[in-house]
Ligand binder design. Structure first.
Ligand SMILES: *Cc1c(COP(=O)(O)O)cnc(C)c1O
Length: 390
């Protein structure tokens, strides 16, 4: 059997627009998919899913990993596992993706947003305690751009107040906090393999389980509320409906694709870090001239170069920066509209304090193209950006 692939990683035409993102293919995906196809294995939890689980358990130093069809699904599973119920409160940043909050709102909980740190743009751990009430059940730190939240302080607060910690590590596979893989520090962690992340399967995610008490029930919730997984291991002689759940597992073709990507994580991360470092060095002067501020990565956080962003001095400056790059054929984009100012956020959530950092960052942040294959365009991009003036 012969299959043909287009070279997705080919270099860009000279005059084409430089896209913000371009998914990287390792080249091994098709062979894995073909193996599944050939073996007639299409439903979830086949050989490639098991290989992905083992890889994640070993590389994320975690008791159990379960593939899901998205990070959103993994967060929803976490909310069910924690028995989140109507009226419960869950503390999280407002500067995050919708799913961080929505997964808990689906269980009837109220997200309580706190402001972010001006340096890492992660939840400000100093502001968490003032948000805790008798209804608080969990804290959901989000590791923005693959830079770790202050997990020691967050875990201490959680222990003191008997709260669960769910890490939204959607952007953080391959990043570490004091040597610990992100997603493996809280009670539960959620990864994303969406096309826009570092390691991809189109749509895809995983739930990382650090607290052994969740192991059995997580399998049940993921398999439509049945004990199907135990049945296949021969632990029960029939499978039946035992709890609430949904269908959270991906099909085997997704796992086959993902396994090819996981195997290349180190080189993918290294290639991204190299691009990130080029930006960082080249934009140092602009920072000292107060044209922008560069990302800040604390010494104890090993990031994965998920994102390179600049903070412009104002909303107007950010808009003219994006416009300027667009005119020169480069796509750069802003990021989150804070959830506390979104339509659903106003309806379902509340916030603590003035959210000054969140509001300001959301107006001023711009993300630059960062994808494998961009190397030969870096000089052009950097020169153009360094020539930008208001
Ligand atoms: C991408 C992302 C998600 C959602 O991931 P999906 O796999 O698309 O569901 C959730 N949280 C954060 C912080 C993300 O960046």
């Amino acid at each position: 059997m012969v299959y043909k692939t287009t070279n997705f990683n080919r270099s860009l035409d000279r005059n084409s627009v430089i896209p913000f993102n371009k998914p990287y293919m390792t080249g091994n995906e098709i062979a894995n998919i073909f193996e599944s196809y050939n073996n007639g294995v299409l439903a979830g939890d086949g050989a490639f899913t098991k290989k992905c689980h083992k890889w994640l358990e070993e590389n994320c130093h975690i008791k159990k990993a379960l593939l899901t069809h998205s990070c959103t699904a993994a967060l929803e599973m976490a909310a069910i596992l924690l028995n989140i119920s109507p009226g419960d409160e869950v503390i999280m940043p407002s500067y995050t993706f919708v799913s961080t909050a929505n997964a808990f709102v689906l269980r009837g909980a109220v997200p309580v947003f706190v402001d972010i740190r001006p340096d890492t743009l992660n939840i400000d751990e100093e502001k968490i305690e003032e948000a805790i009430t008798s209804k608080t059940k969990a804290i959901v730190p989000v590791h923005y751009a693959g830079v770790a939240c202050e997990m020691d302080q967050i875990m201490d607060i959680a222990t003191k107040h008997k709260l669960a910690v769910v890490e939204d590590a959607a952007q953080a596979l391959g990043a570490y906090y004091k040597g610990k893989p992100l997603g493996s520090i809280g009670h539960l962690g959620a990864l994303s393999f969406h096309e826009t992340k570092n390691i991809i399967s189109g749509e895809g995610g995983a739930l990382l389980i650090n607290d052994a008490k969740f192991l059995d029930r997580a399998e049940i919730i993921r398999e439509k509320g049945t004990n199907r997984s135990r049945f296949f291991r021969g632990e029960v002689d029939k499978y039946t409906w035992v709890d609430i759940g949904s269908s959270y597992l991906p099909g085997e073709l997704i796992a086959a694709f993902l396994y090819a990507q996981l195997g290349k994580m180190d080189s993918i991360t290294a290639a991204r870090i190299s691009l990130w470092n080029t930006y960082h060095e080249q934009f140092a002067e602009g920072e000292s001239l107060k044209k922008w501020r560069r990302p800040i990565v604390p010494e104890h956080c090993q990031h994965n170069a998920h994102m390179y962003y600049l903070l412009l001095p104002s909303l107007e400056a950010r808009e003219s920066f994006i416009h300027y790059l667009k005119q020169h054929g480069i796509n750069s984009i802003f990021h989150y509209i804070p959830l506390h100012s979104s339509e659903a956020g106003k309806k379902f959530a509340r916030y603590i304090g003035d959210m000054a950092v969140t509001n300001s960052v959301s107006d001023r942040l711009v993300r630059l193209p960062l994808w494998i294959g961009l190397d030969h365009k870096m000089n052009e991009i950097v020169d153009l950006i360094n020539r930008f003036s208001l």
